[in-house]
Ligand binder design. Sequence first.
Ligand SMILES: Nc1ncnc2c1ncn2[C@@H]1O[C@H](COP(=O)(O)OP(=O)(O)OP(=O)(O)O)[C@@H](O)[C@H]1O
Ligand SMILES: [Mg+2]
Length: 282
Amino acid sequence: MSGGGGAADPSSAAPAAAMAAGAVAAGAPLLELRELSCRFGGLVALDRVSLAIEEGEIFGLIGPNGAGKTTLFNLLTGVTPASGGEILWRGAAITGLAPHRRNRLGLARTFQNLRLFNGLTVLENLLVALQRQPPASLVGGLLASAGHRRSERQRLEQAAQLLEELGLAGLAGRPAGTLAYGDRRRLEIARALATRPALLLLDEPAAGMNPAEKDDLCRLIGDLRRRHRLTVMVIEHHVPLLMRLCDRLAVLDFGVRIALGSPEEVRQDPRVIEAYLGGSPP
Ligand SMILES: Nc1ncnc2c1ncn2[C@@H]1O[C@H](COP(=O)(O)OP(=O)(O)OP(=O)(O)O)[C@@H](O)[C@H]1O
Ligand SMILES: [Mg+2]
């Protein structure tokens, strides 16, 4: 199911320009962090974190408040520069690549603090995100006006399908600011999906949801992975939810990756029990 699998030489890290053109290293993980660090003045928010995310997996990130989870997403999407280390996408370095170019490569995220247009309707919020899909080529962009009406219709169809998938179809005409919290979180996911990502980064998608909504979200993320052939990284404080949802997890504490493995391995890791879970396994 891999969309990668190109014939590029895996021993050489391709430059960013080649990356943007779709170069891949055969057999490389979808995403790899090598000794990634982030400092804010004297504060070390991430301390030489290494991870590899394989195509198709759901990968969880947990850790106490201030552990560096959101900072990690900010480095992955390029809004915060790394202080050290490397980020590789399908085997090639993207550490210095601008956020919009990473988005074109297939990285999309949701935010811990929701970033919707509250005055626009649910449908309009989605159409704005769909509008951001770049034309396939410069010529395509110049000719876009010719196909404008057709692409408008396509966007509406895409939006309707995404709203249906995310359980928001009945709310299409409502201003986003009037939605219940869980619905707003799902709209954020729909907006991220509108950019057709390969890797979806979800920052606390279940925050503010009740237990039933959390269960539904868990199922939804699994369904979306299958239907959209996604790889998912998810930050979540609700540990039981992550244990059910994820293939593997990493635990951050004070910017350091203190554990990595299957939910069972992480649950039994003495460092996790000690540092994060206050003495009793989750
Ligand atoms: N732009 C910034 N400037 C200075 N310090 C920052 C900045 N962003 C994050 N930090 C600090 O970096 C550390 C990690 O913050 P981060 O938001 O990544 O934690 P988190 O694991 O997402 O926490 P939470 O679970 O509360 O969301 C914290 O000490 C935070 O105060
Ligand atoms: Mg955070």
